[in-house]
Write a protein that binds this ligand. Structure first.
Ligand SMILES: NC(=O)c1ccc[n+]([C@@H]2O[C@H](COP(=O)([O-])OP(=O)(O)OC[C@H]3O[C@@H](n4cnc5c(N)ncnc54)[C@H](O)[C@@H]3O)[C@@H](O)[C@H]2O)c1
Length: 405
């Protein structure tokens, strides 16, 4: 097989694919970024970006200006192919790998002996081998003549440019030669440690990382439900329990959101339903916590109405899936707001999300006005703006995110 190649095709130019493409190009390697969305392609070719991520604009501008990064809607021939398309879940919480399959099918005719094919998309165990079989089915003459590997991404949105370079990576090939080839590829632009394994372990590793977070948060959320019944302040309790040298409990919240932690555990549960008892239960507990929060707010409204003879004005503080971001994907706060508003068309609500200017469904209110005018204030997300705000004593405050602990 031949020497390390110097032309890369990345398929999918989103939150992960675009910064990765720019990073590789800025390292002096020619990159062709492919996306099915022509608007994305057009924007990138102008040296601009279509997503919000600090420093990404400069990185893409530099890569495009140098001529090393070009975007297209159709893949071209290269030596290394990176698959970075979405892997959402379907209705019954089953992983949807159709994007990975479509992206792979698009490059099969372009593959040649010695090429390196890597999946970065979060994928169920066995996906890399499945794609390899798909490739060899259509191109039997290439059987065992390609390098095939899986390398999951674990960057934190908001810090992607730094973490892409400095995070450790787990790299698993379908055989040792593939692992080595992929290690060689990533070592050109990653400064973190590169850990060798096989494809199945690398796939499971990504799912494990996020399931671990989900299970740990579920433990904290379960404690919050118990403490509510037992009339104990859960924040104080966790703080005290964490004084134990070997205990480290996470903080409860109004659920778990985002497109990783709230999604990836389902990829394990769907394939291993009998074995994944704790992982499945954690998903249930974290989902239930959001339902419970909505019920708590509704009950507080009812009590207020009975006591005061009028409906309360309610401030719902936060829509994002975690503090200080504008991302609403799988957001428990958004779910709670929807649930509370359901069948209450004449209720008076102030919906607050300081990280977003406008929302296509919710009319947003400034947080200070909401706090000033509401009778009930429900904190759903611990945004920095909400910390330390003065609240008059006659207000009912429901703190589901520990912002006033
Ligand atoms: N965003 C993150 O923080 C993050 C972190 C770790 C892992 N991941 C994983 O990385 C993968 C990509 O995530 P993302 O956030 O970059 O997604 P994204 O939705 O931001 O971007 C994906 C892009 O792929 C394009 N696309 C879809 N099908 C295509 C096809 N067949 N050919 C070419 N382009 C196609 C879409 O138009 C889109 O621009 C997912 O599996 C995700 O779970 C994401």
């Amino acid at each position: 097989m031949k020497e390390m190649s110097q032309k890369v095709v990345t398929i999918g130019l989103g939150y992960i694919g675009l910064p990765t493409s720019a990073l590789i190009a800025n390292g002096g390697i020619e990159v062709c970024g492919v996306d099915v969305n022509p608007k994305v392609v057009e924007t990138i070719n102008q040296g601009k970006i279509h997503i919000v991520e600090p420093e990404l604009d400069k990185s893409v501008e530099k890569a495009v200006k140098s001529g090393l990064l070009k975007a297209t809607t159709e893949a071209v021939e290269a030596d290394t192919y990176l698959i970075v398309v979405p892997t959402p879940f379907k209705e019954k919480n089953e992983p949807d790998i159709s994007y990975v399959e479509a992206a792979t099918k698009g490059i099969i005719p372009l593959l040649k002996e010695g090429d390196l094919y890597i999946i970065e998309s979060t994928s169920p165990v066995g996906t890399t081998e499945k794609m390899m079989r798909l490739i060899y089915q259509e191109r039997p003459e290439l059987q065992d003549k390609l390098y095939v590997a899986y390398c999951p991404e674990r960057v934190l949105p908001g810090n992607v440019i730094h973490e892409l370079v400095y995070n450790d990576r787990v790299i698993g090939g379908v055989n040792e030669a593939s692992t080595e080839k992929a290690i060689e590829f990533y070592s050109q632009f990653v400064k973190g440690e590169l850990h060798r394994t096989n494809a199945r372990t690398a796939e499971m590793c990504k799912l494990t990382e996020n399931s671990s977070r989900d299970v740990q948060i579920a433990f904290a959320n379960e404690l919050s439900l118990i403490c509510d019944k037992a009339d104990i302040n859960v924040w104080e309790l966790i703080n005290l329990a964490n004084k134990h040298p070997r205990v480290n409990i996470l903080q409860p919240g109004c659920g778990v959101g985002g497109h990783c932690i709230a999604v990836d555990p389902y990829f394990i549960v769907a394939d291993f339903p009998v074995e994944s008892q704790i992982i499945g239960k954690a998903r249930e507990i974290n989902n239930y916590k959001s339902f419970w929060v909505a019920e708590k707010i509704k009950n507080a409204k009812l009590e207020f109405h009975l006591r005061n003879g009028r409906k309360p004005r309610v401030a719902l503080m936060g829509l994002a899936f975690k503090p200080d971001i504008d991302d609403l994907r799988e957001s428990p706060a958004k779910y709670i707001v929807n649930k509370v508003l359901q069948n209450d068309s004449n209720g008076e609500y102030f919906i607050v999300e300081p990280n977003i200017e406008d929302h296509n469904v919710f009319k947003l209110t400034d947080y200070q006005k909401a706090i000033e005018e509401a009778d009930i204030i429900a904190f759903l997300v611990a945004h920095k703006e909400f910390k330390g705000v003065e609240i008059k004593e006659d207000k009912i405050v429901l703190d589901f995110c520990g912002i006033r602990k």
